[in-house]
Every structure is written in structure tokens, then in C-alpha cells.
Design a protein around this ligand. Structure first.
Ligand code: ASP
Ligand code: MG
Length: 412
């Protein structure tokens, strides 16, 4: 007998039929003897619909009122699911974030969970009820309704699992697990049985958006075993864990992540003197632009070139700031490039294996792909390349690191 938190996303509760299917699934687990807490999102599209309504009143709706409104999406699905369970003879009760008392700070539309009162839920569980909790929402100290940011129901699920010391937090979604890379790019991508929190964070922050990043951070911090599963297909899904078992068969690289959202800026011919990096990146950060990769070249003629990447949405803003800096510093020129992509290999196996980066560079060299920038961390090597080679690079690396599924065993 286990205590399991099951979170169902918007597409899994997108219609009444699907909510009935979710109820069937929950009933099956409960009939098997498990205690279940269910967290649900709003029906797919509902949160966007509500935000659109608010925007018809005001381009910048008051955040407190926006939270009062968007939190209703989840209130509808918890009630429907509880009804569907009760109809099937399963005792169930639904609660909003406020009713549980999921206490958050008062940062409306991006609140953080501070504390969860587990008592009420524990009483219901003891009494044999399935507890259905609204995702994405909480309440601040003063009783104002708050929300946790888009995709926040994942975080609700993990936080409840942590507070109740659940055996597992299962995230049901429209994919059957976490893949070695995007199956739309590499048909031979494989579902991973297991991945560590650290790896998942790198994969998620690089654009594999199966899970909200904050939820993965939270799960790692509180050691909540997380499992990503398909809502309506059978299968083991992908387990996200702390443990990094060392085995001979364990691949060195767990996945290839990529990201087309960055742009590159170079300021050429800046003086090679102390404080230059600060003079360049200080104003960039003051303009609220986050910098990702940075490269400073070796100086010649007492000047150097300085290159960095930013999110593509920030490109124009950063370019303007940089042109101002260049004029001030007497730099030679500013060059920008939005046709770039970042490709990363991710794996905790890198820690104990030498030569992983060179194997990556070899695979790219064989395809004649030029590397523009490189950055490394303990479990990741990233390169910036020309965007048009992105898919070729991902496929080449997937093969080079032996991640391709055996023939006939692909995602499709
Ligand atoms: N309904 C919210 C959203 O669409 C929260 C969630 O789905 O996790 O962002
Ligand atoms: Mg989601």
C-alpha cells in the first residue's frame, strides 16, 4: 500500500469524457489498495481563455484580480473529477488551494509555496477518501488567492507529495515519458526508464518542456520520486530520481537537448583592461537581460572581442544597449546573429568519463558543422552552431553517443 500523488494536466482533463477516464484510472489504483491524492489542472485552453477575457478589459490586468479569475479553471476540474469518482462509488472530496491551505507568498501570478497544511488531507485519507486538489493555486497570509505561474500544477503536485511524504508523485501528461531527445527531430529517440533530477533540470531548462522546471527543482530538494507517465496509455513512464547508479550499461549521456531561442552578440575591439566584462555586462543586466554563454577572446594589440548569448526576445534590447556601450568604450564594432542554436549533451556519466567533449566535437566535425561557442558544466557540454545545422547536429550526436533505438523500436 502506497500513498501516491497523481497530477493530471490540462489535456488529460480537457473534456468530460477524459475526466471520466481519469476517474477510472484513479479508481483502479485505489482498488489496488493505494491511497490517492489527485491534483488537476484546468481543462486545456481554459487558463488562456480566462487570461484573454481579462486582456479585453485591460492590457495589464491587476495581478490580484487576475489570480482570483484564473484560479477558477482548476476549481471546475476538481469538482467534476470528484463527481466522477463518487459516481463510481469512490468516496472523494475536492479542495481549492485555499481550503487545503496551501500557503504562498503574495507574489501574484508567480507565487511561491511556503507551507502546506497536511492535516485535513490526512484526515480524509484516513477516512478512505480520494482527495482532489486544485493545482496552480494557493492563498497568501491575508487570504488572497494566488497562482504559481503557468504550468504550476506540477509544482502543486510535488509540494503536496513532499508535505505528505508520499511514496511517489506521478505526473500524467500527453507523452509517455522523458525522451533522449525530441522524437520529432530524431525518430530513433528512446524513452528513458530513469533520469536524475540534475539531468532533468538541464533537459528542461534547455527546452524539453515535459515538466515545469520549478517542480523538478522542488522534487530534487525534497527527494520526492517523480514519474512522468502517459495519461491514457499503459507503460512505466520515466522515473526521475536522486540516485545515480553506476553500471556498465549505463550510458554516459542521457540525452541531447537543444534550443533555438538564443541570439548571439559580439562587441569587437574593446580594450583589454580590468573591468571590461563588467562594463559590458553590467548595463546588459541592468536592462534586465539575462546572459547565457560568454566567450572572451585572447587579446592582441591590447584589444579583445567579447561574445555572449541572450534570449531571442531580448535581442533587440541587448543590441541597443551594446551599441551604446561600444560608442562609450570606443570599441570597433557590434555584430549580432539571431540564426544560431544551442545543442547540449547532458549526462551525469560525464563525471566519471574522460573524452566526452571531444567525442562530441568529433561527431560535429564529421558533419562539417562549425562550432561557434562552447560551454561546459559537470554534467553538460553545450555548443552554439548555425541554426540551419541544428537537426543534423542533434541526429549526429544521438548516434555518436549510442542513444538510437534499435530498429523497430521507435517512438512512432
Ligand atoms: N492551468 C494552469 C496553466 O495553464 C496551470 C497548469 O496547467 O499547470 O498554466
Ligand atoms: Mg502543464
Amino acid at each position: 500500500m502506497a500513498l501516491i500523488v497523481q497530477k493530471f494536466g490540462g489535456t488529460s482533463v480537457g473534456t468530460v469524457e477524459r475526466i471520466e477516464q481519469v476517474a477510472e484510472k484513479v479508481k483502479k489504483f485505489r482498488d489496488g489498495g493505494d491511497d490517492i491524492i489527485v491534483v488537476v489542472s484546468a481543462m486545456s485552453g481554459e487558463t488562456n481563455r480566462l487570461i484573454d477575457l481579462a486582456k479585453q478589459i485591460s492590457e495589464q490586468p491587476v495581478a490580484r484580480e487576475l489570480d482570483v479569475m484564473v484560479s477558477t479553471g482548476e476549481q471546475v476540474t476538481i469538482a467534476l473529477l470528484a463527481m466522477a469518482l463518487i459516481k463510481r462509488g469512490v468516496p472523494a472530496v475536492s479542495y481549492t488551494g485555499n481550503q487545503v491551505r496551501i500557503l504562498t507568498d503574495n507574489a501574484h501570478t508567480k507565487a511561491r509555496i511556503l507551507q502546506i497544511d497536511a492535516q485535513r488531507i490526512q484526515r480524509d485519507i484516513k477516512a478512505g477518501r480520494v482527495v482532489v486538489v486544485a493545482g496552480f493555486q494557493g492563498v497568501d497570509e491575508k487570504g488572497n488567492i494566488t497562482t504559481l505561474g503557468r504550468g504550476g500544477s506540477d509544482t502543486t503536485g510535488v509540494a503536496l507529495a513532499a508535505a505528505l511524504k508520499a511514496d511517489e508523485c506521478q505526473i500524467y501528461t500527453d507523452v509517455d515519458g522523458v525522451y533522449t531527445t525530441d522524437p520529432r527531430v530524431v525518430a530513433k529517440a528512446q524513452r528513458l526508464d530513469k533520469i536524475t533530477f540534475e539531468e532533468m533540470l538541464e533537459m528542461a531548462s534547455l527546452g524539453s518542456k515535459v515538466l515545469q522546471i520549478r517542480a523538478v527543482e522542488f522534487a530534487g530538494k525534497y527527494s520526492v520520486p517523480l514519474r512522468v507517465l502517459h495519461s491514457f496509455q499503459e507503460g512505466p513512464g520515466t522515473l526521475i530520481t536522486l540516485d545515480e547508479e553506476e553500471s556498465m550499461e549505463q550510458p554516459i549521456i542521457s540525452g541531447i537537448a537543444f534550443n533555438r531561442d538564443e541570439a548571439k552578440l559580439t562587441i569587437r575591439g574593446v580594450p583589454d583592461t580590468p573591468g571590461v566584462a563588467f562594463k559590458i555586462l553590467g548595463p546588459i543586466s541592468a536592462a534586465n537581460v539575462e546572459v547565457d554563454m560568454i566567450v572572451q577572446n585572447v587579446a592582441h594589440d591590447n584589444t579583445t572581442d567579447f561574445t555572449f548569448t541572450v534570449h531571442r526576445n531580448d535581442y533587440n534590447n541587448a543590441l541597443q544597449v551594446l551599441q551604446g556601450i561600444a560608442a562609450e568604450m570606443g570599441a570597433r564594432e557590434v555584430i549580432g546573429d539571431t540564426d544560431i542554436a544551442k545543442v547540449s549533451i547532458v549526462g551525469v556519466g560525464m563525471r566519471s568519463h574522460a573524452g566526452v567533449a571531444s567525442r562530441m566535437f568529433e561527431a560535429l566535425a564529421k558533419e562539417n558543422i562549425n562550432i561557434q561557442m562552447i560551454s561546459t558544466s559537470e554534467i553538460k557540454v553545450s555548443v552554439v552552431i548555425e541554426e540551419k545545422y541544428l537537426e543534423l547536429a542533434v541526429r549526429a550526436l544521438h548516434t555518436a553517443f549510442e542513444l538510437d533505438a534499435p530498429a523497430g523500436n521507435t517512438a512512432e
